[in-house]
Design a binder for this molecule. Sequence first.
Ligand SMILES: [Zn+2]
Length: 325
Amino acid sequence: MIKKTRTKPLKLLKFEALLERILPSHNQKQLIESSYRKYLAGFRGELSLDYFLSELPHDDYHIFHDLRIPRNDNSQLYFQLDAVIIHSKFCIIIEVKNLIGNLYFDHQYDQIVRTREGIDETFPDPVNQVEIQKNHFSNWLLRHKFPRIPIHTLVVITNPKSYIRISPKYGKNAKKIIRGRTLPNKIKEIEKLESEVILQKRDLKRISSMLLKVHTSHNPDILKLFNIHRNEILTGVFCPNCTQVALIRIKRNWLCASCSNTCLNAHKKAIIDYALLFSPVVKNKDLRSFLHMESQSSVKKLLYSMKLKPTGERKAATYTIPLPK
Ligand SMILES: [Zn+2]
């Protein structure tokens, strides 16, 4: 059964809000767009993996998509797992690569060389990457007093158009590099290798609830990442039909002067954009200027209609806008 589904990562939501709201002439816009496309391709690869995993028998496998776990209890350092499968006899950690082009896996120099349209690019060897994650995960299990369990690792190439070659020096690790469609069979092969039941039902239950509890989304300050100043972000409640057109608030409704569209709830997206780009903790006055509204009580009503409750008194009151964990 799927214990943690894959949802749109916070970083992807931040990218989208930024691209919608950055000044169209900004000199960083191209760089942001190309970084966004790479990140989106990775996410799409992971989504296609989920399709292959859905073929596994639901009762035997506990599947977690996209986990990010602190390396130790007080750590600011995390390890990230694209997918983890937990069975009573073994675990499998999966690293997903969604690269298009000719891929040459070169273990000796810890790299993949990707050739596409005559251009060579290198990426870190994902088999080494997933081995490092395995060590972190194994330490995590031991630290939380779970029984020692065999942990297998796989690298899944999700792009069916990629051409894979593996250096002869790769040895038996070459078997860890597979395509998405062979994943269900590979997992069945691993299952045949393991005979001893190590994790009891109560262990599985405890692992599951602990992993979900400690998981923390990657939450970068996207403006800082691309060196963008607050003033370079467009404010206002945008029309859902037009690009970057701010709506006018008339009688509890939003009106677009460009396409005459009216919308009751357009402010919700703007408030979430504010949380994604600046901070999820807001004051009434921050939102008033961002939403282009003058009335304090109208903004307060909007926040209450979104079931957001204030912390603190009067002008110092703050509201916390919920973002995905
Ligand atoms: Zn419009």
